[in-house]
Design a protein around this ligand. Structure first.
Ligand code: TRP
Ligand code: ZN
Length: 479
């Protein structure tokens, strides 16, 4: 799904002109005739300039993944992407760092393609006129791509947790944010193009498999266990949850926090032997959903829960099923990931430089939870402020991929919201949160959209405050 193109920000237009000018000399030494020119254009992300294809709207991914040896990097896939062009496209370019593609079909017919593995692009060499839709099927088998995080000591994308005892206990899961989903799925890997997903996982008998959305089918044969999940509301590609391994499902009563009080189904997944202390925070998920939906409005998905993983990674807000490392199994982190279901997964980012919109709202939810527990929120806000004074801070729009998950995105972002709340009061702040979470500033938002929305709904003085928190190099006064 991609909303209608909006007038681009001036900064963005400037960048395109610059990119055009820089690309001209390169085009002069164009490749030999046998190599068709790569006439695709990435989305134009400020921090990830090669990701995605502009004017391509991936609407739905029908994913089939088969893993015969959980805990290794081996997998095979068949993915059918339903695509629409919002402008004439000379070819289709998907992001893919996965194994060799051996088969490509366009509406069922063979179609030429070229896989640039080092470049991470899979190009389907057929034009798609503006307004038209196509369905492209790709098959691949081999080893998932490896993508080191640019800052932290782990790899993004497909994770393999080996089985130390070699008794069939290995696990795999997806850690997509920001651009890791392309290590195992061919996708338009940018949050400005959220899509729906059908995920079918085939694993050895006795292995559990789960993904974002609702489970709609289970098929067991002597040789394989196959499960299908439907994610019917669009989500960014990085937020797709896929987990397989020796997981135990723990069901809980549904919670009436959906639209109009609709029931949200509840289930969590734990590796065998997960201690009670690690499981404890997940028992509070219903209460967390209640507190957050009071502030943010109806929960945006039909189901919610967590999967606990033993890997050493940050927690991740994978849609409908947060990915929770053992070390992150606290109510604070669970509140944070749950808040992302509204802020990030439902309202999605226009550009990675705007990631504070995700992290600031999710961090702010921690303070709302604090208050729900009857604790004074002031020391928490003061601690955030002190952290920023100690570590240094920056304007909220990130200028470099190393800033994506820094304390300015989290704590400064949260304090900007706290400043707004202090200025306008709780009732107006709650109305603002609900309207924003409902997509009234747009289903895909950038910092400028939020600022304009704050001016429109909370007035110019509130807008001026937010603007200082966004732009000022130094910290504005503590709210
Ligand atoms: N969005 C995650 C959270 O705050 C954190 C995260 C995702 C992250 N990907 C990352 C942190 C990569 C560091 C590096 O809940
Ligand atoms: Zn977060």
């Amino acid at each position: 799904m991609r909303p209608a193109a909006r007038p681009s920000r001036r900064a963005r237009r400037g960048r395109w002109l610059l990119a055009g000018a820089l690309l001209l000399p390169a085009a002069a030494q164009s490749p030999p005739a046998a190599e068709p020119a790569t006439r695709d254009r990435p989305v134009g992300d400020t921090l990830y300039p090669t990701l995605g294809q502009a004017d391509l709207d991936a609407r739905h991914y029908d994913v089939h993944l088969t893993v015969t040896q959980p805990g290794t990097r081996a997998l095979s896939g068949e993915v059918t992407v339903t695509l629409r062009a919002t402008r004439d496209l000379p070819l289709i370019s998907l992001d893919f760092l996965g194994p060799p593609v051996t088969f490509a079909r366009w509406d069922g017919q063979p179609v030429p393609y070229r896989q640039d593995r080092p470049g991470g692009k899979l190009r389907i060499l057929r034009a798609l006129p503006a307004g038209q839709q196509a369905s492209v099927t790709l098959r691949y088998a081999g080893v998932a791509g490896l993508l080191p995080d640019p800052v932290f000591p782990f790899t993004l994308g497909w994770q393999a947790v080996p089985d130390p005892l070699k008794v069939g206990g290995g696990a795999n899961f997806a850690f997509g944010e920001p651009d890791g989903t392309r290590t195992f799925l061919p996708v338009n890997d940018h949050p400005s193009d959220p899509a729906t997903f059908t995920v079918t996982l085939t694993v050895p008998p006795g292995t559990a498999a789960v993904a974002s959305g609702e489970r709609v089918r289970v098929t067991d044969t002597p040789g394989a266990h196959t499960v299908t999940f439907e994610q019917t509301r669009p989500i960014p590609t990085y937020a797709l949850a896929v987990h397989l391994g020796p997981l135990e499902e723990q069901g809980s009563p549904a919670v009436p926090v959906g639209e109009g009080g609709a029931a949200v189904a509840r289930r969590d997944y734990f590796p065998p032997g997960t201690p009670g202390a690690v499981r404890a925070p997940y028992r509070r998920t219903g209460e967390i959903l209640g507190v957050l939906s009071d502030w943010f409005g109806p929960f945006p998905f039909a189901t919610y829960g967590s999967v606990v993983v033993t890997a050493h990674l940050p927690a991740l807000e994978t849609a409908t099923l947060s990915t929770m490392p053992v070390a992150s199994s606290s109510d604070r982190v669970l509140v944070h990931e749950t808040a992302h279901q509204w802020f990030g997964n439902s309202v999605t980012l226009r550009d990675w430089s705007d990631v504070w919109l995700n992290e600031g709202f999710a961090t702010y939810a921690e303070l709302l939870w604090h208050e729900h527990l009857g604790q004074d929120p002031r020391p928490l806000a003061e601690a955030w402020y002190a952290t920023l004074q100690r570590r240094g801070t920056r304007p909220l729009v990130a200028t470099d991929a190393t800033e994506l998950f820094d304390s300015s995105a989290y704590q400064r972002g949260a304090l900007a919201l706290h400043a707004l709340r202090r200025q306008v009061g709780d009732p107006a702040f709650r109305r603002f949160l609900r309207a924003y979470a409902q997509g009234q500033a747009g289903p895909v938002v950038g910092t400028d959209d939020l600022l304009a929305f704050v001016r429109r709904t909370l007035g110019d003085p509130a807008g001026d405050t937010l603007q200082r928190w966004i732009r000022q190099p130094l910290l504005p006064p503590a709210p």
